[in-house]
Design a protein around this ligand. Structure first.
Ligand code: SF4
Ligand code: SF4
Length: 231
């Protein structure tokens, strides 16, 4: 699972830009908004990657830690060595997804929900977030007014000048099938679809490992989804 981990880490082109020579000064942690709220230290992540500390890198791939980063890139603007901890973390996240390590942490497992929502929205509708998929019962963070907006969606969006799910121009317009096909083809040739398959594959293995199976012994992904929503 991790046999090529250091090689794969070093061959990611983003690491060349993200890590020149870390001097362990801690400025990235000092400016990092995520470090204010979590047990999270981008400095130590940069140092672990720079020193190619295999054990620590594997720990990171399997941990919640790499999912705390908000990808704001404030660290990039302040690093005296022009490193970018946020980009280093992007590389670690990709490795975590490719190896299945993401299923070992609570926040990592949420990748499956993100794939089911944002990933599927992009492929089926052409939008990362589409209001019809933000169901009030599973998105309490939207607040009490959202339920009313959700139930009166077409009227509300028309009032603000959107063209929700309709043909023609305008915000939230329906994306036609030719453009959607092109978008799907981009995901196929760029490896995005394979990446989605990988996340699906490891999530199914995790569901089976946790005993969430149907009568045929296949992964019960509906049950797994409900578990992730509560986790
Ligand atoms: S600010 Fe730059 S040099 Fe300092 S610890 Fe962070 S990555 Fe290393
Ligand atoms: S990109 Fe990530 S590590 Fe860098 S400052 Fe933002 S949250 Fe912190």
């Amino acid at each position: 699972m991790y046999s090529e981990i250091i090689k794969n880490l070093k061959t990611d082109v983003r690491l060349t830009e993200a890590l020149q020579a870390c001097m362990n000064c801690g400025i990235c942690t000092a400016v990092c908004p995520a470090a204010e709220f979590y047990e999270y230290d981008p400095r130590s992540i940069a140092v672990s990657v720079q020193s190619e500390n295999r054990e620590k890198i594997i720990d990171l791939l399997e941990s919640d830690t790499i999912w705390y980063c908000g990808q704001c890139m404030s660290c990039k603007t302040r690093c005296p060595r022009n490193n970018c901890s946020g980009l280093i973390i992007s590389v670690l996240r990709k490795l975590s997804q490719e190896t299945g390590a993401f299923t070992k942490s609570r926040m990592g497992r949420q990748q499956y929900l993100i794939l089911k929502t944002i990933g599927n929205n992009i492929l089926s509708r052409g939008y990362c977030i589409h209001p019809t998929t933000v169901v009030p019962e599973t998105h309490p963070e939207q607040g009490p007014v959202w339920k009313w907006i959700y139930e009166n969606m077409h009227d509300v969006y028309a009032v603000v000048g959107a063209n929700l799910d309709c043909d023609g121009p305008g915000t939230m317009r329906k994306i036609n099938s030719i453009d959607l096909n092109e978008l799907n083809n981009i995901f196929i040739v760029s490896g995005g679809m394979k990446f989605f398959d990988t996340i699906n594959h490891f999530s199914k293995l995790k569901a089976i490992e946790m005993g969430m199976v149907d009568e045929y012994g296949e992964a019960d992904m509906e049950k797994y989804t409900q578990y992730l929503l509560q986790e």
